[in-house]
Design a protein around this ligand. Structure first.
Ligand SMILES: Nc1ncnc2c1ncn2[C@@H]1O[C@H](COP(=O)(O)OP(=O)(O)OP(=O)(O)O)[C@@H](O)[C@H]1O
Ligand SMILES: [Mg+2]
Length: 249
């Protein structure tokens, strides 16, 4: 049976205000899904709740990772089970280089020492795929990084950690076309039977580079429509109003 990340009837509050109102979504390993929807629909909230952000209250529902409910686990426990948490380290960490940080993150993911040669092998492959300068990884984590560089760093992490599932929120990241291509390169390089990704985006353009298997649309805290790639094209052409009418949102 295919392994999945499954969100079942998820209700989430922020300070007693319902934000997610019964989200159902299944992401099988081996597939890339896009999550779209108007501003304020709850897309980033869903990503943060899956990652285990403590600022959100899960009122009802389940988050099943390969069949196991992870809703009660700490973010680092979720990472160990193979979930990629792009939201976990947004801060600057002075004095820690990217390479050091990645090695620590890799050890946290597997819960054991990772031999240096193995680590550098993974790092090397990722750097080559993303066509970077090796000098980049000796810089200090996020210190003085531009938005695009932080994004590159995140994708480098994704490739080195090789998670089973990744949730990437590209909605508010203000990426230029080169950064979008970096994201796409990383995700496409990871594609395969053991990897599933949920890419949150407003940009049909990103989906020209990362061609999704499935597109979900969220409105007012629910998934209101699921379709193929053509759904993203239709949204780009027609906006969201027709869909609001169709689903009565
Ligand atoms: N920590 C919070 N405190 C208060 N309100 C919040 C919080 N997080 C989310 N919300 C509210 O929940 C709703 C959904 O926000 P969310 O960021 O998930 O939307 P989104 O779909 O990601 O939108 P966008 O496309 O603009 O990124 C918004 O009305 C937002 O103001
Ligand atoms: Mg958002």
């Amino acid at each position: 049976m295919t392994k999945t990340l499954e969100i079942r009837d998820l209700w989430v509050n922020v300070e007693d205000t319902p934000i997610l109102k019964g989200v159902n979504l299944t992401l099988p390993r081996g597939e890339v899904h896009a999550l779209m929807g108007p501003n304020g629909a709850g897309k980033s909230t869903l990503g943060k709740v899956i990652a285990g952000d403590p600022g959100y209250e899960v009122v009802r529902g389940q988050i099943l990772l390969d069949g196991e409910d992870i809703a009660g686990l700490e973010p680092d426990e979720r990472a160990r089970k193979g979930l990629f948490l792009a939201f976990q380290y947004p801060v600057e960490v002075p004095g820690v280089t990217i390479a050091n940080f990645l090695r620590l993150a890799l050890q946290a993911r597997y819960g054991k020492e990772v031999p240096l040669t193995e680590f550098y092998g993974k790092l090397q492959r990722a750097i080559e795929t993303l066509e970077w300068d090796e000098a980049y990884v000796t810089r200090y984590l996020n210190e003085g990084f531009s938005g695009g560089e932080k994004k590159r760093n995140e994708i480098l992490q994704l490739m080195v950690l090789e998670p089973a599932y990744a949730i990437l929120d590209e909605t508010d990241s203000g990426l230029d076309i080169d950064a979008l291509k970096v994201v796409a390169k990383g995700v496409n390089a990871m594609r395969g039977p053991d990897f599933g990704a949920l890419v949150i985006t407003h940009y049909q353009r990103l989906l020209n580079y990362i061609v999704p298997d499935v597109v979900h649309v969220m409105m007012d805290g629910r998934i209101v429509k699921t379709g193929g790639r053509e759904l993203a094209l239709e949204l780009e052409e027609r906006g969201y109003d027709w869909l609001k009418e169709e689903v009565g949102a």
